[in-house]
Ligand binder design. Structure first.
Ligand code: SF4
Length: 441
């Protein structure tokens, strides 16, 4: 019998499963993820170049019950590694934690019968998408520096320019043959897909909306209105949102959220003020602050946290924002989760000079103390994991030069001045930017 089935039969807890497995992940039985290109992946961090199918060329049933899903389920029920999930294996090697662990904690209980009834060849007739994450399109109102056209329609003109003028394709949807339209419909026929999923909605435990910007997407409202019609208002609704848009056409999002008991918004807010406006272009910092104040007043039952993308650009200041927002009562000390940026590599913390890593590490350790978090606390662990990740790697001249080059090109296109906005990164600017101007802190 497979090792995972044995563990389930022996009544192993999620914690035991995490300790005793190296690749099993319940998401392959219980999660349906469609990326902004229509590709179906094991989850949002599954290897994008190895899709399980594409929802625009195949039906949901062809993919969900098809051979590729079967192969993956067969491997994972036997705790064999698969190339589609290497991001998790790498994270576990570097930091001892991964999204796989989180998935086991949250979804193993709801998936274990599906796993148990999986046949030798990976067939799982019981598999049910109880956790949905469908990126209906790349529609977004921002163009964050670390993002690209694949995830943001707003990136289109910059990506086009970078591609045509400078031969840079890494921000461009479609790679060397850039997509010629700003909006990419991940799901071309969203009506049909939503109709097919309708039968599963009563079983759905969680819907995760991310972008593009989900609060700017028609399908998000269609799906939530359907959940309200069906009386499924206990379902956990979770977001990654930039918190900049609170109204779509005539609908105020807070009026929709008032129907749901369990809403969690993770604000993709990396830092504050001018730095935030530089990293996530089109941010108006006063609007973000006003939205936070409004949410706290109008929908106090909605849990709001922040999930910054931790990278070189916000490494020094992310904690200042979090302390300020805790003090203002916008967020709870425990509702903070750090997403570690891996790509583009030139923003990745691992390439920073060692002495800067040491400075950043001290700021973060002081932050843990300020938060009063101890070992095992959620924020303590997210920060400690990020420290372990950051320390795994050395100063990388090539990538730091790349960081400066990309910043310079984007500054030209956007009329911004990254060096003076981030004086804490002066050491990098002086050493790797091809110019000796000194910016004051
Ligand atoms: S193992 Fe990691 S990459 Fe694979 S499905 Fe689970 S969470 Fe996603």
């Amino acid at each position: 019998m497979s090792i995972v089935k044995e563990l389930i039969k022996s009544g192993a807890t999620s914690k035991d499963i995490i300790t005793k497995t190296k690749s099993y992940c319940p998401l392959l039985w219980s999660h349906f993820h469609v990326s902004a290109s229509g590709d179906v992946l094991p989850c949002c961090i599954g290897q994008w170049e190895l899709p399980i199918g594409n929802i625009n060329n195949q039906s949901f049933d062809e993919i969900w019950y098809g051979n590729d899903f079967k192969k993956l389920r067969r491997a994972l029920v036997n705790d064999k590694k698969v190339p589609q999930c290497k991001t998790c294996y790498r994270k576990e090697d570097s930091s001892g934690f991964s999204l796989r662990h989180d998935a086991i904690t949250k979804f193993h209980d709801g998936s274990k019968n599906m796993v148990l009834h999986t046949q030798e060849d990976g067939t799982s007739e019981d598999a049910k998408p109880i956790y949905l994450d469908i990126r209906f399109s790349n529609i977004c109102n921002m163009s964050c520096r670390m993002c690209g056209h694949f995830s943001s329609s707003k990136w289109f003109s910059d990506a086009k320019e970078l591609s045509e003028e400078h031969g840079i394709h890494d921000y461009t949807a479609g790679g060397d043959q850039p997509n010629q339209e700003a909006i990419i419909h991940g799901v071309e026929d969203s009506k049909q897909l939503l109709e097919r999923l309708d039968e599963y909605l009563p079983y759905v435990q969680e819907i995760y909306f991310a972008g593009g910007e989900p609060l700017f997407m028609e399908e998000h409202y269609t799906l939530l209105n359907r959940m309200i019609e069906l009386g499924l208002t206990d379902t956990h609704i979770r977001y990654s949102t930039n918190l900049s848009i609170m109204k779509y056409k005539r609908t105020r999002v807070v009026d929709v959220w008032k129907n749901f008991k369990n809403v969690y918004c993770a604000g993709s807010i990396d830092t504050y003020g001018a730095r935030a406006e530089n990293i996530r272009k089109e941010t108006k910092w006063d609007v973000i602050e006003a939205n936070m104040a409004m949410l706290r007043k109008e929908v106090p039952h909605v849990r709001i946290g922040i999930a910054p993308t931790i990278q070189i650009m916000n490494a020094y200041t992310v904690c200042e924002l979090q302390q300020n927002w805790v003090e203002k009562g916008y967020i709870d000390k425990n509702n903070i989760f750090w997403n570690i940026l891996q790509m583009p590599q030139y923003y990745n913390l691992q390439i920073m000079p060692f002495h800067m890593k040491e400075e950043v590490k001290q700021i973060w350790l002081d932050h843990i103390d300020w938060l009063g978090q101890t070992d095992g606390g959620p924020v303590h662990d997210t920060i400690k994991t990020t420290i372990a990740w950051m320390m795994d790697g050395g100063e990388n001249e090539e990538l730091l030069t790349e960081l400066c080059k990309h910043s310079e090109k984007l500054d030209e296109l956007r009329g911004e001045d990254t060096r003076s906005t981030f004086p804490e990164l002066n050491y990098i600017w002086r050493k790797y930017w091809n110019d000796n101007t000194i910016y004051s802190t």
